[in-house]
Design a protein around this ligand. Structure first.
Ligand code: NAP
Length: 259
């Protein structure tokens, strides 16, 4: 029988911000390929427990761990508790992220700092903590959820801090890929376009015209995406199928950044 190069059996994954949205779907997607998954959450303990139950009901193995990725001690503890429970960390998905919209001239410094703290410090702190473990193991795959917003300026909603934080995630991906190749660690990112989650459903309710005229019409496929459409690339990057892929940002946006 040919080896399944996408198989993740025996691998241990941490998915940050996995209590809902993209993180929840990625956690379930990795578990479906055989990975043991740590479902990180910040405030929604009940939702994280539901994700764990769903993975277990499907025959997988999962554990929920609370941690604020922007807090150094939390990030270190999340990795330490994962190693204590499962012995290693093979895959880190840096998914947790926030967006605090607002025109640049009205953006409070606290909003700017909070965005950077979660979206960029969080990716650095989690990558550093998991990276130390992966260096000791001499293997690992880190995948961050960047954004099309790291490549283009979305319109008409304004969120300069978010855009800058995601551009930072993309460059951090390349920097870590370069530094850690010698330790057999691959570091990549996915850059989604507009994806339907609770985050974007709020906009759909309040501004259906913007979603139709800008978000959907902006993509050459003329629609927004679903969270499950990010699973394939994530499993690919996590698995041996991507053994020669590092420092790459895979854009998954229905062609939104083409024009
Ligand atoms: P979401 O539905 O708002 O979910 C965010 C998740 O992040 C929640 O599980 C939340 O946990 C967690 N989180 C927030 N702050 C955290 C912190 N400090 N520490 C740990 N976890 C934290 O968001 P989403 O739409 O799924 O987006 C997920 C990622 O994809 C983000 O990085 C976002 O920027 C990126 N992205 C989204 C889109 C899109 O269109 N949706 C497009 C491009 C990129 P609790 O609920 O437990 O607090």
């Amino acid at each position: 029988m040919t080896k399944d190069i996408f198989d993740l059996t025996g691998r241990v994954a941490i998915v940050t911000g996995a209590s809902r949205g993209i993180g929840e779907t990625l956690a379930k997607g990795l578990a479906a390929r055989g990975a043991t998954v740590v479902v990180n959450y910040h405030s929604a303990a009940d939702r994280a427990a539901q994700v764990v139950r769903a993975i277990e009901d499907a025959g997988g193995r999962a554990l929920a761990i609370r941690a604020d990725v922007s807090v150094e001690a939390d990030a270190d503890r999340l990795v330490a508790e994962t190693v204590a429970a499962f012995g290693r960390v093979d895959i880190l998905i840096n998914n947790a992220g926030i967006v605090l919209p607002g025109a640049a001239e009205n953006t409070p410094l606290d909003d700017w700092r909070r965005t950077m703290a979660v979206n960029l410090d969080g990716v650095f702190l989690m990558s550093r903590a998991a990276g130390r473990q992966m260096i000791a193991q001499r293997s690992g795959s880190i995948i961050s959820v960047g954004s099309m917003s790291g490549r283009i300026v979305n319109w008409p909603f304004r969120h300069a801090a978010y855009n800058v934080s995601k551009a930072g995630v993309h460059m951090l991906t390349k920097a870590l890929a370069t530094e850690w190749a010698e330790h057999n660690i691959r570091v990549n990112a996915i850059a989604p376009g507009y994806i339907r989650t609770e985050l974007t459903d709020e906009v759909l309710r309040e501004h259906p015209d913007v979603v139709a005229n800008h978000w959907a019409a902006g993509a050459v496929q003329n629609r927004i995406g679903g969270t499950e459409e990010l699973v394939g690339a994530t499993v690919y990057l996590a698995s041996d199928a991507a053994s020669f892929t590092t420092g790459e940002i895979i854009t998954i946006d229905g062609g939104l950044t083409l024009r």
